[in-house]
Design a protein. Structure first.
Length: 338
């Protein structure tokens, strides 16, 4: 009997030693300790033994069972420890590897400049007005005193959507929309997108302007000149003066073009200003009485000035951007710099 038990113990030890998974271990366990195991079979034979031998026999079988059970428990622990170690190994994190960074976006240079312009004018008591990019001829041309045969109305210059509907070519349209709805005093700026059929290093089919309109009793050309001087200095620094030159716009009389001292050479003359010492910034003038009359504003009582500046041009000068198209190609390497 003892021998038989020893054999079983050796066999069990050997099998348990070979086991590699908890599943296999479970099978070995039921083979040696389960109801149909050899050990249980032996135990059932206890009845056939003489009474005196029974306790001893029972004890021996139980000890064998306990030994096997211990072996199985140890094995189970070994397997679990190994599985855990494997898991740690396979899921290990290389902390020397660079992490995945979340890219932080930045404002587009046009947006930045637009906000800066808005802040300057708001600090001087202006309000922000808005108008639609898709306009009608009435607001883009007629109300701005632009004759039927004006070249700007040509299909080759303006993007028409329909006979009468177009993409606004200037933010001056907002002057009209504001005056349609508000009586003077008026003091607004209106930044926004404009569209013209042109495309080269200094022109983009979509570009940006900021329009200003001030209407009240006693507004003069000097107020216009001074406001431009103040704005330009706030935007580009004390050294940058501005001037106005006679020009023509259908909706202002007199009209002027605005120049600022070259931001690169401070007026000495360089490649940026083509030797003149000045850079063009936009148009301006005193609101033409014809414009007031159409809108039912008393042109005997009120006067007003208006101007329109190129925002893209301001951004290009501020950030030293050589080609206007770079602003709208949306190359991330370019945009990241701002
Ligand atoms: N809208 C004109 C343009 O796009 C610029 C301009 C000129 C705006 C005179 C004005 C102005 O308000 O008074 O060329």
């Amino acid at each position: 009997m003892k021998e038989k038990l020893n054999e079983i113990l050796i066999a069990a030890k050997e099998e348990i030693g070979k086991v590699e998974s908890l599943h296999e271990l479970q099978q070995v366990k039921s083979k040696y300790l389960g109801k149909k195991s050899v050990l249980n079979g032996l135990m059932r034979k206890i009845g056939t033994l003489p009474k005196a031998e029974r306790p001893k026999f029972g004890q021996t079988v139980n000890t064998a069972k306990a030994d096997i059970s211990k072996l199985i428990q140890n094995k189970q622990q070994d397997i679990k420890t190994k599985e855990y170690a494997d898991k740690l190994e396979s899921e290990s994190i290389d902390i020397s590897m660079p992490g995945r960074r979340k890219e932080v976006g930045s404002l587009h240079p046009i947006t930045k400049v637009m906000r800066e312009i808005e802040d300057i004018f708001i600090s001087m008591g202006f309000e922000i007005a808005e108008g639609p990019d898709v306009e009608d001829e009435a607001h883009n041309f007629d109300a701005l005193n632009t004759p039927e045969d004006h070249p700007a109305r040509d299909l080759s210059d303006t993007f028409y959507i329909d006979d009468d509907v177009l993409l606004r070519t200037q933010t001056s349209t907002v002057q009209i929309r504001v005056m349609e709805n508000h009586k003077p005093p008026i003091k607004i700026i209106s930044p926004g997108s404009c569209y013209r059929n042109e495309n080269d290093a200094s022109h983009s089919p979509m570009f940006h302007q900021v329009e200003a309109l001030v209407v009240d009793e006693g507004v003069t050309f000097v107020d216009l000149r001074d406001m431009l001087k103040i704005f330009v200095k706030k935007m580009f620094g004390e050294k940058i003066d501005s001037r106005i030159r006679p020009h023509f716009f259908p909706f202002t009389e007199p009209s002027a073009e605005i120049d600022i001292v070259c931001v690169k050479c401070y007026g000495k003359g360089c490649n940026l200003c083509k030797g003149s010492g000045w850079l063009e910034m936009g148009g301006a003038g005193m609101v033409d009485p014809n414009v007031f009359d159409r809108l039912g504003i008393d042109s005997e009582k009120f006067t007003g000035y208006a101007f329109g500046l190129g925002i893209d041009r301001i951004a290009m000068l501020k950030y030293k951007i050589p080609d206007m198209r770079m602003l709208f190609e949306n190359d991330i390497r370019f945009l990241k710099q701002f």
